[in-house]
Design a protein around this ligand. Sequence first.
Ligand SMILES: Cc1ncc(COP(=O)(O)O)c(C=O)c1O
Length: 501
Amino acid sequence: MLQTVAVPAAHAPARSRSAASAHQRSPVIDALRAFGANGTVPFSTPGHKLGAGLDRDLHDLLGSRFCASDVWLNTADHDRTVRQAENLAAQTWGAERSFFLVNGSSSGNQAFLLATVAPGDEVVVARDLHQSLLAAFILTGARPIYVAPRLHPSLQLGLGMAAEDVAATLDAHPAAKLVVVTSPTYWGVASNLREIAIEAHTRGVAVYVDEAWGPHFGFHPGLPPSAMSSGADGAVTSPHKLLTGLSQAALLNVRGPRVSPARVANTVKLTQTTSPLMPILASLDACRRQMALHGEEMLERTIQLAGGARAALGRLPGIDVLDASRLGLPPEQYDPTRLVIDVQGRGLSGYLAETLLRERFGIAPEMSDTAGIVCLVTVSDTPETVQRLIRAVASLPHRSGSAAVSACPRVAGEAIAPGQQALTPREAYFARTRAVPLARAAGEIAAEAVIPYPPGIPVLTPGEIISDVKLNCLREGLASGMHIRGAADSTLETVRVVSGL
Ligand SMILES: Cc1ncc(COP(=O)(O)O)c(C=O)c1O
């Protein structure tokens, strides 16, 4: 379990016996068990009625127990049970209040901004924001003041948001209402959140962290400190990404005097489905129990496994694996469980390496870009799974001379430099638009987001003036296998630009 709310600390203190026994419980699982044990006959949603009406193939695929746990308790029982489970999660993640989310961290980003900023408010935000934060800007009408993450000069990889840059931007925008940081990044780089929080708080500004990729932070001294323990006022995190939540399971954590939990509670309700899949909520509760009782030992194994894999992969010819020292970062700013594997030394693009790994070796990386692939080692991995990854990467072919030198090897490098912002995302999103061929788009105002997926970080954001550099990055990425979301024309033959307000 992480620190208690009263005494923020980076890592778990010894817990009292009564606190430990509270964490043995799982209110959501208990409620689902009770529903089943009572033989309740539902005349309520969902209509498949404990799986009875489900298509047989789907029923077989999911299993009868899973189908029977997709039930609706009733509003009072549901709210009481989830609140109990959220309170245990708040203790575990070091928050004052935690909210269970069934629409992923995406919905937490939207809920938090809807709770804290209004149309026209300035928000200082790291430009490596996820598409869900961009959606939050469109929904709220807030004005992003983009800060470029520091870039590693040769690796073209974001090194996080620098506290000095936050301070300077806040000084230039004294009316700013919120600082938003994405930490860690998809590539495992954490910002120095403590320093950022100090700079923001001394200026009276709250800090929100998109910690989707850091649900495990703070549970082990070998991992970066968590957002909550670093003084952030709010943070969203995705236990489904790196712990054991089912897909979509996420947590929104808040603490301190700068954010109203009651207002966040309202916007969480606004942004969630009213028909949550109970197994998602149960998985959050169960994940909390695992982390509260065994988090540190589970993560110790994970860090060891990932460390062994990093060393073995790094010895392979033509393969390079990032770590904190290669990036010039202190260890507490890098997630050692993330394997960012550069395959350019094999004459391959990351996109091609991913295809080969999937098709020839049955290995599914998290993502790829021009330079390489990203693989996640989690609490669920074993020496065997990690060995399979190492053997598969070792077997990737060498292609001499086939990899051209890339101008934008990483989608979170040059490709996401903050462009000149002519309109807010909301103004551009609701403007009159027209489609222009990509080749003729330079100088126009983007009306839509152009988002390589994964990682879901927009290259073009609505409202920015399209630059030649970004068009080149997009062309190069498309040629080597990048997938685009956000744009109406995902082939990017055309892009939608603003034609009038
Ligand atoms: C930085 C970041 N924030 C938020 C999200 C959204 O998380 P979720 O998939 O849980 O909605 C992602 C997804 O990849 C992400 O990379």
